[in-house]
Design a protein around this ligand. Structure first.
Ligand code: SF4
Ligand code: F3S
Length: 104
């Protein structure tokens, strides 16, 4: 599966949802997540994210992100249509400590 990671937080560009063939993105207030049990591993979303926040879970060190994606995909609503990113998205792109700020 692919997972959405920290740099999505407060950037939320949403280009990813437009290309996913199985609509497996779910949207929270500050970020999106992928439902691991629905993702078919096609990989098309990864290069579409301007924040480079989407990664294959075969990369090392993503266990925590995989768990977060699974947890919130079960709680947040499905999203398949792009909406506008936050007006200050560019300011947050690459900012450190976004996970702490968003989830405490
Ligand atoms: Fe959707 Fe493919 Fe990305 Fe999985 S890898 S979330 S199926 S676009
Ligand atoms: Fe987030 Fe990138 Fe999608 S910033 S909303 S994973 S395009």
């Amino acid at each position: 599966t692919y997972v959405v990671t920290e740099n999505c937080i407060r950037c939320k560009y949403m280009d990813c949802v437009e290309v996913c063939p199985v609509d497996c993105f779910y949207m929270g207030e500050t970020m999106l997540v992928i439902a691991p049990d629905e993702c078919i591993d096609c990989g098309v979303c990864e290069p579409e994210c301007p924040a480079e926040a989407i990664k294959p879970d075969t990369e090392p060190g993503l266990e925590g992100w995989l768990a977060l994606n699974a947890k919130y995909a079960a709680l947040w609503p499905n999203v398949s249509e792009k909406s506008d990113p936050p007006p200050d998205a560019a300011d947050w792109d690459g900012a450190p400590g976004k996970l702490q700020a968003a989830f405490g």
